[in-house]
Design a protein around this ligand. Sequence first.
Ligand code: GLN
Length: 186
Amino acid sequence: MVTVGVLALQGGVREHQELIESLGARAIAVKKESQLHDLDALIIPGGESTTISKLIDAFDLKQPIAALIASNIPVLATCAGLILLAEEVDGKPGFFKNLPIKVTRNAYGAQLASAEAVVDYQDGSENAAFIRAPKILDFGNSEVIGRVADEVVAIKFGNIIGASYHPELTNSTMLHRKLLELTASN
Ligand code: GLN
């Protein structure tokens, strides 16, 4: 069975696990290095990116997570997770820097600051929750996979899927299904 680790230091974890389980895979909450072994995919959830980065450092998880991502494992990074993987955040170098994107934190005005919006994908549309979401200023050479009107909100680069929103809070399964598809072709 496919096993997906959900980084469980802070932020939305349980909903991601439930979505993965509803799609027929196993989900485990990852809190320490030993739980990073034998995963088929990794989810870095939303929360507060500065707090999550500090906890990653405090638990000595930066190097093992970076190594896992470098091994080309499929990754889904949402909201704060997207911020952690961005190359540039608010004009400064990002934390893991795996995604060739520039983001700015908490950049949406009232419209998308804390709201549900319909995300359009090539193969359907789903509601998702935007909670103090990062704005993707430049998606570099990543592939755009989701938009809200003209706004790029989900991208894919190699085996990494990144989204500025919380798909797990509206039971939106599109990104999780895409993640599991990547494990099948990995
Ligand atoms: N605003 C948060 C941050 O900067 C991200 C928001 C979220 O993950 N819901 O980390």
